[in-house]
Design a protein around this ligand. Structure first.
Ligand code: SF4
Length: 288
């Protein structure tokens, strides 16, 4: 099983990402977001662990890259809490910046700004996930991830270092964080050029955790999911028109703020004003 593989988000037919490769430095993630999708697939997901012979294998595979975009990471965060002591993602970046590739980082951690020196050496972009600008709400739904205020600060630091940043407002949960107007105005004011958004997709595991943490909110939206919603793959989604309405409204606010917009695995490619994952922000390679 190669470390760097073709990006194929759970074989979702709804994905509109341009072709890219993906690589997860860690198995599992210790941020423990209660809406996490990956924890339904990967056993003991919250016990973040290292992969055997990771650096050796990565060095071998990275030597074969030929200008592809490597997205880090899509099944787990490349900056879990243990990255501060292990430094594994940093060591992977040291290898990748010596190879012929572009790098897209997807994370919920401000620690990514530590690696701006490496990310400046290759065409790179960072997608920071910021679901809300309310630190106290984030403490409930993303209990061990850095606070949104720290992520906004990291966004600013990266942009100041010349690294383009997009922000994922994902997942959107009705009656909880479905009006991110203020957050988007803040992001636009610090130079963010792209927003990607996506509605919450219910799975038994994450629905249970959300219901325990936010019983009133989840009770209220339960019929939307389980009476009127639609099944896609192994998930239950909000009704199509409802999703469209929320995402269209976020899109309009993003455009008003001067930002591009994309949706993630929703089936509404017509809402994308640029490549959905923000990869259009990647600086061009020499000769392009
Ligand atoms: S950061 Fe991502 S992978 Fe980690 S727990 Fe949260 S949603 Fe799951």
């Amino acid at each position: 099983m190669p470390l760097i593989s073709k990006f194929d988000p759970w074989r979702s037919g709804l994905c509109t990402c341009p072709p890219k490769l993906t690589f997860n430095p860690y198995t599992g993630c210790d941020h423990q977001c209660i809406y996490c999708y990956a924890s339904s697939y990967i056993p003991n997901f919250k016990d973040c662990r290292l992969k055997k012979d990771l650096l050796l294998t990565l060095r071998r595979e990275a030597a074969k890259l030929n200008g592809e975009t490597v997205s880090i990471a899509n099944s787990s965060d490349p900056y879990p809490r243990i990255e501060t002591s292990e430094g594994l993602t940093r060591r992977c970046l040291e290898i990748l910046v010596e190879s012929n590739c572009r790098i897209q980082i997807i994370t919920k951690s401000n620690v990514v700004a530590r690696d701006d020196d490496l990310l400046s050496k290759v065409p790179a972009t960072v997608a920071l996930t910021i679901t809300t600008d309310d630190d106290s709400l984030a403490k409930i739904i993303e209990p061990f991830a850095p606070l949104p205020s720290q992520r906004i600060k990291a966004t600013q630091d990266l942009i100041n270092s010349g690294i383009p940043v997009s922000v994922r407002i994902d997942p959107i949960i009705p009656n909880l964080n479905d009006n991110p107007k203020r957050l988007m105005a803040t992001l636009a004011s610090i130079g963010v050029k792209h927003i990607t958004s996506s509605t919450y997709k219910a799975k038994p595991d994450n629905w249970h955790k959300l219901t325990q943490a936010l019983p009133q909110v989840m009770e209220k939206i339960k019929p939307l999911y389980f009476q009127q919603g639609e099944r896609v793959g192994g998930s239950t989604l909000l009704p199509k028109e409802y999703r469209y309405r929320i995402l269209k409204s976020i899109r309009e606010d993003a455009i008003v703020c001067g930002m591009q917009f994309g949706v993630c695995r929703e089936g509404f490619p017509q809402l994308n004003t640029a490549s959905c994952d923000g990869s259009w922000l990647l600086p061009k390679l020499d000769g392009e």
